[in-house]
Structures are given as structure tokens and as C-alpha cells.
Design a protein around this ligand. Structure first.
Ligand code: PEP
Ligand code: MN
Length: 350
């Protein structure tokens, strides 16, 4: 079975192309699957396996993928280095995106962002639309939270990373963000994955909490096929049986994903463990495993955080950890992007 995606064509041209494809398939002993007239995605079955490269040359066809043979081809055309404002992911650079779980108020967000920037972070995270497990938990400030994020990003030069939870908010979130995050709970939300690319921003895609790497890469393909210019894959821990940690951080996923795609892979040790005391060591381990970046929850007063208080790092621990991370990256012949001589403390003992 081949999946054939047509370009955005006027309906007459689309229907002519569909007829030509049907004839072409029949001549080869196959047929088109009878999807709705006017559909942009067609399926062809029963033809021999040279269809992919033959059909890719046709005018009006955007992509052709053989279902069984998918090697995640649509990811191959995406960049392996993603640069956004002060941040650079891939190509030997790792960047740290840090900030609160959720945006709470502007003054503390701005003060935190300034400290993060001077410690060597290059991105600012924070949710304005929060995917909370309980409907009674804090759901985020919404639009005012986005405005606070973009103001703090503009004041510090940090790249703003924030979640788009619902496709209806895409334009609003895209107006304030530099990178759009798709959360773990939405990794299988195909309509959202397909639409989010139209904002033209890099997408930070989090692995579903019980997704295989194959499922994760297919989710990334939905995003790529929707036109996203670049994708950052994010490992954030897997659901399991032991309440000692919130999730099991699958660090083997970092090199395993890199064997399969050229996309940058980043690691979230905060949701990946749920325990603040474990986060620094998991950042070091992620750096050694080949991570191209880190997504870390930092809060000015973790105990008072409105969400995910147990996993938030206080600023002093975060800023003491970055030189250690830079040191591990250097040992692996890579660098912590934006971590300059001015932010560098004395060479740390790891
Ligand atoms: C987050 O990073 O804000 C978040 C909610 O994470 P996850 O989707 O991985 O649970
Ligand atoms: Mn959180």
C-alpha cells in the first residue's frame, strides 16, 4: 500500500490527477483505494515496489510513501541543526531551555529569565495552556501567560518554548512563541500534529508516556508532513510501575533515535524523573548520551510552584549544574551553546 499526498491543487486538477493515478495503477495490476472525492491523501494498492520513485516525479504529487517500507523518509529532509534566537540544537551544540512548569506572574518570570540567561540557558520554557491530569489543577493563565513569556523572551533574548494544547489556539500561541511544544499527552493527536506545522515554527515534540520509538517517529512524520520547518524530538520519561520516580527516563532513546533520524534529540529530566534532586545527574547523563539540548523546570521558589513543585530546580542548583553539563559535553567534543567564559565558573569537579 502506498500513501500519496497531493499538493494543494484546484479541485479540477486534483480530480484529473486522481483519474490518471487510477489508470496508472490499473495498468500495473493495482488500484486506488476509494477515498472521498477531492481528498488530498490517496492510497494505492497492489502495484509493484517501484511506485515510490516513479510517482514522486509526477507534477502535483507532494510525497509518496510505501506503508511497510517507511524509513521515516519525510524526516530526512528536515534540518539536523535547529537555531532559534540564542539557542542552537545539534551540529555539536546542546542548548538548555529552562523555566517554570507554568507561567505564574510577570515579575517573577522576568527575574527568573534574566538569571537563566546569565547562567547559560538559551531558551525559556513555561506553560500558558497546561495539560493537567486533574481538571481541578491549575490550567494555565492562557493569553496573558503567553504575553508574559514573549515579553520575557524579548527582554532576555531567550527563545520561548511553550505548549500548544489545542489546535484552536495555534495562531495565538504562535504569535508569542519561538518554538511550539506538543506535549506527551498529545503525541498521538494526529489532527493537531498535522496542523501545527502551518505556523512555520520549529516544533518540540515530546514522546508519549508509553510510546515506542517507532510510534514517536511516526508522530514526528505527521508533523513533518504538515509542513513544519524543523522538529526537536524530546525524551521525557516513560510510565512504569515504581512510585519512587514519576517516570523512567529512557536515555538509551537518545542514541537510538539518532541511529534512525538526523533530527536533534533533547531530554527533559524534570518530567523524566519528577524528583528535583535527580535532575542534575540526569542532565549530566543526557549530555553524555548525546542529547542536543535539555528542557528543565526551574522555579524561583520550587515549594511554592503552582504545578510540578517536586521536580522544579531552584535557581542556585540550576546555575551550579550548567558548568558541569558543559564539562561533560566538552569531554564528548560538543559544547553547551551560549555557555560563555562569563558564565563559566571554575572548572567543576564532576
Ligand atoms: C511540559 O513540559 O510542560 C509538560 C506538560 O510535559 P509532558 O507533556 O512531557 O508531560
Ligand atoms: Mn511540568
Amino acid at each position: 500500500m502506498y500513501q500519496i499526498r497531493l499538493q494543494n491543487l484546484p479541485s479540477e486538477e486534483r480530480s484529473t490527477l486522481r483519474q490518471r493515478l487510477a489508470v496508472w495503477a490499473e495498468e500495473r495490476g493495482g488500484s486506488l483505494v476509494d477515498v472521498q472525492e477531492g481528498a488530498e491523501t490517496l492510497y494505492m494498492k497492489g502495484v509493484a515496489d517501484d511506485a515510490t520513485h516513479l510517482l514522486r516525479a509526477w507534477n502535483g504529487i507532494q510525497s509518496v510513501v510505501a506503508e511497510k517500507a517507511s524509513g521515516h523518509e519525510s524526516l530526512d529532509r528536515l534540518p539536523s541543526v535547529v537555531e532559534v534566537k540564542a539557542a542552537r540544537f545539534g551540529g555539536g551544540s546542546a542548548s538548555c531551555v529552562a523555566g517554570p512548569c507554568a507561567v505564574e506572574d510577570f515579575d517573577s518570570l522576568l527575574a527568573l529569565a534574566e538569571q537563566l540567561a546569565s547562567s547559560g540557558a538559551t531558551g525559556l520554557r513555561g506553560g500558558a495552556f497546561k495539560p493537567r491530569t486533574s481538571p481541578y489543577g491549575f490550567q494555565g493563565l492562557g493569553e496573558p501567560g503567553l504575553e508574559m513569556l514573549s515579553a520575557a523572551g524579548n527582554a532576555t533574548g531567550l527563545a520561548v518554548v511553550t505548549e500548544v494544547l489545542d489546535i484552536r489556539d495555534l495562531d495565538l500561541v504562535a504569535k508569542h512563541a519561538d518554538v511550539l511544544q506538543i506535549g506527551s499527552r498529545n503525541m498521538t493527536n494526529a489532527p493537531l500534529l498535522q496542523e501545527v506545522g502551518r505556523a512555520g515554527l520549529p516544533i518540540l515534540l515530546k514522546r508519549g508516556m508509553s510510546a515506542t520509538l517507532e510510534e514517536f517517529l511516526f508522530a514526528a512524520e505527521y508533523v513533518a508532513l504538515g509542513g513544519a520547518p524543523s522538529i526537536l524530538l524530546c525524551e521525557r520519561g516513560l510510565r512504569h510501575f515504581d512510585p519512587a520516580v514519576r517516570n523512567v527516563l529512557d536515555l538509551a532513546a537518545v542514541p537510538a533515535l539518532k541511529l534512525r533520524t538526523g533530527l536533534p534529540v533533547i531530554v527533559d529530566p524534570s518530567h523524566g524523573t519528577g524528583v528535583a534532586k535527580l535532575v542534575p545527574d540526569m542532565m549530566l547523563a543526557a549530555a553524555a548520551a548525546g542529547a542536543d539540548g535539555f528542557l528543565v523546570e526551574v522555579h524561583p521558589n520550587p515549594a511554592a510552584s503552582w504545578s510540578d513543585a517536586d521536580q522544579a530546580l531552584p535557581m542556585d542548583i540550576f546555575s551550579a549544574t550548567l558548568p558541569r553539563v558543559a564539562h561533560v559535553l566538552e569531554a564528548c567534543e560538543r559544547n553547551l551553546h551560549g555557555f560563555s567564559a562569563t558564565t563559566r565558573a571554575a572548572k567543576p569537579k564532576i
